[in-house]
Design a protein around this ligand. Sequence first.
Ligand code: FAD
Ligand code: NAP
Length: 316
Amino acid sequence: MLDLAIIGGGPAGLTAGLYATRGGLQNVIMYEKGLPGGQITQSSEVENYPGVCEIVTGMELMECWPKQAMRFGLRHEMQEVVRVGKCQDTFLITLANGEVQKAKSVIVATGSTPKRAGFEGEDEFFGKGVSTCATCDGFFYKNKEVAVLGGGDTALEEALFLSNIAKKVYLIHRRDKFRAAPSTVKRVKDNPKIELILNATIKKAYGDAMGLQGVIVEQDGKEIDLKVPGIFVFVGMHVNNEVLKQEDGSFLCEVNEWGEVVVDLRMRTSVPGLFAAGDVRSDASKQVVCAAGDGATAAISAISYIEDLGEDFRLC
Ligand code: FAD
Ligand code: NAP
C-alpha cells in the first residue's frame, strides 16, 4: 500500500513528490507516462521562472527537478494511469499494463493540453512563432505586430493581454459572433490596438529556418497576407482529467463545466484524500511556478491527511 500516488511528472507532480518525501512520507510513487518534466519541456525559451536569470529552454529548466525529488525517496514509474477509483478508504490506481496499485492518498497532476487549429505550417512553426501561451511568449513580440486566433474567452483575454505588449494585435475569428463574455468582447472592440478579422480562417503559416514570417488568412474568398512574426492559437483547452472518469462515465470527484478539477486553497478535491495540482485544477494560472506551488501545497495537505487517518481506516 502506497502512502501517496502522484499521477503526472510535470512541475506540479515533481514538486509534490519532493515535498511529500522530504516531509516524511515513505512510500511514494510518481506515475509519469513519459520522461518527467511535463509540457514545459516543449518550450524553447523560458524567462519567467523566478530565480533563473538567464533565458533557458524548458528542458534545461526541468533537468534537475527529478534528481532533486528522487534524492528524498520519490520513485518514478514510467506508466500511464488509466483510472483512479476508490473502494472504502483505499484508492485504486489502474495502470495501462493492467496492474492495480493501492494508495492511501492521491495527487492528480496530469496537466492540460492546448488544442491545435489544424492549419498548414502550425506544427512546423510551433515554438518558432506559433504559440499557445501569451504569458509565456508575448514578451518576445514587444512593439511588434502579432495575430491571435479564436473567439472564446481565452482568445479575447489574451488578445487584451498582448495589446499591452505588442504594437498591434490582429484577432482572427471564423465567425462574426464571439463565445467570450459580452464585457470582454466590448473591451476588445474598444481597444484601438486590436483589429478584428472576422469570418476568417488561417490557410497557412509560412516562414524560414529562423521562424514564422506570416500567415495567409482567408476571408470572403479572398486571401490576406498578414506579415506577423507571432501567431497565438487559442481554440480551446483539453483538460487531462480522463484518469478520474469511472466506468459509468461519472467523475470520481467534482469537476466544473470545463472539466477542470474543483479544489479548495489546500488543493483538496471533493473526495477526502484526493488532491489536484497544476493545470488540471480549476482556476489554474497555467504557469510553471504556479503548478510547482500547487504541488507543494497538495503534498503538505496529503501529509496532514495521512497523519489524521485513524485506526478506523477501511482497507479495501
Ligand atoms: P504538465 O506540465 O502538463 O505535466 C503533466 C504530466 O502528466 C505530463 O508529463 C504528462 O505526460 C503526464 N500525464 C498526463 N496524463 C497521464 C497519465 N494518465 N498517466 C501518467 N502520466 C500522465 N509556463 C511558464 O511558466 N513559463 C513559460 O515560459 C511557459 N511556456 C510554455 C510553452 C509551451 C510551448 C507550453 C506548452 C507551455 C508553457 N508554459 C509555460 C506552461 C507550463 O508548461 C504549464 O503551466 C506547466 O507545465 C503545468 O504543469 P503541470 O505539472 O500541471 O502539467
Ligand atoms: P472555447 O470557448 O472552446 O473557444 C474556442 C474558440 O476557438 C471558439 O471561438 C471557436 O470558434 C474557435 N475554434 C475552435 N476550433 C477552431 C479551429 N480549428 N480554427 C479556428 N477557430 C477555432 O475555448 P476557450 O476560449 O479556451 O475557453 C474554454 C472554456 O474556458 C470556455 O468555457 C470559457 O468560457 C472558459 N474560460 C473562461 C474565462 C473567464 O471566465 N474569464 C477565461 C478563459 C476561459 P467557434 O466560436 O466558431 O466555435
